[in-house]
Design a protein around this ligand. Structure first.
Ligand code: APR
Length: 310
């Protein structure tokens, strides 16, 4: 393949992302992990599925960051996932250290890459990757909104018994309990769900979306969601690799947009070969604005906690 993506962290999210990237034949994939043999084993297993899945993507696994050199995109999933009772924020200390060391290694070997951050707490981890890499803001992006809006879309489709393909959903804000799903911009075949569902049902779907990650953690007990997070990261990677210029909700570094400054938070962005090519600003109602402010406060709090760690 003429494109290369490195996935750091060959665990549940990383290996599933590698599988999807390869099966869609988007790029060659380098899987990196700290555990000896782990990324090598996953890459070999995935390579052995290639004749059946009919793709020619080359997959390599390594504990050495040299294998990541000259990547177009680096997807960072390294870190520890949540266990029941843990919030994403509980992961802050451990994952900040991991994010810092991983970013240093990948940034020097792929200085032109776009970094897609997946590790949690997402918005805070984006700050670590941004500051450590020294990359311009358009080349550090967090995966959250695509996942949150996919969850919202699934719940809308289940509720109305319609195809998921008919649904669109709009989610702003941080990747946490304060995220801001926007029902008036969430549609079925172009019809806002506010026309199709009573307010109390919409409120229930919004709440389920905001707690979507915790619902899966509660069921799995030994880890957190990975199929949908991997799909979401790969949708972002595809838009960048193919320069599709899809508008997707992603965590992007804001400098004044939505009245927020020097903060990574989920907003609709145009994703193309240069990473974040545009931040789309929409007019919010006062209620939505207040919800976004509250979400921004939660992200700021984590950013401050990071400063104390440094
Ligand atoms: N360098 C490289 N890999 C590392 C490092 C490191 N410093 N530290 C941990 N890892 C690897 C682990 O060895 C493990 O294989 O990261 C991988 C994480 O995989 P899982 O434990 O299966 O976790 P996963 O479910 O994939 O979630 C990873 O994504 O969605 C977020 O909240 C989630 O922060 C978590 C991350």
């Amino acid at each position: 393949m003429d494109k290369k993506v490195t996935v750091v962290g060959a665990g549940n999210v990383g290996a599933t992302a590698a599988q999807r990237l390869a099966e869609k034949e988007l790029c060659d994939v380098a899987l990196i992990d700290i555990i000896e043999g782990f990324p090598q084993g996953k890459a070999l297993d995935l390579s052995e599925a290639a004749p059946i899945e009919k793709h020619d993507a080359r997959l390599t696994g390594s504990n050495d960051y040299e294998a990541s050199a000259n990547s177009d995109i680096v997807i960072i999933t390294a870190g520890i996932p949540r266990k029941p009772g843990m919030s994403r924020d509980d992961l802050l200390n451990i994952n900040a250290g991991i994010m810092n060391s991983v970013t240093k290694e990948v940034a020097k070997r792929s200085p032109e890459a776009v970094i897609i951050v997946v590790s949690n707490p997402l918005d805070a981890m984006c700050h670590v990757a941004y500051e450590t890499s020294g990359f311009p803001k358009n080349r550090v992006i967090g995966m959250a909104g695509v996942l949150d809006s996919a969850r919202f879309r699934s719940f809308i489709a289940m509720e109305l018994n319609v195809s998921v393909e008919n649904t669109t959903a709009f989610v702003l804000g941080g990747h946490g309990d304060t995220m801001v799903p926007l029902p008036r911009y969430s549609t079925v075949a172009g019809i806002p769900i506010t026309e199709l569902l009573p307010k109390e049902r919409i409120d229930a779907l919004v709440e389920r979306t905001a707690n979507g990650g915790a619902e899966i953690v509660g069921l799995l007990k030994t880890g957190s969601a990975f199929y949908a997070p991997a799909s979401a990261a790969v949708e972002m990677a595809e838009s960048i690799l193919k320069d599709k210029k899809k508008i997707l909700p992603c965590a992007a570094y804001l400098e004044g947009e939505y009245g927020l400054n020097e903060l990574f938070i989920g907003v609709p962005v145009k994703l193309g070969a240069n990473g974040v090519e545009e931040i789309i600003e929409i007019t919010l109602t006062s209620e939505e604005k207040a919800a976004l402010e509250k979400s921004a406060d939660a992200v700021r709090e984590l950013k401050e906690a990071l400063k104390k760690l440094a």
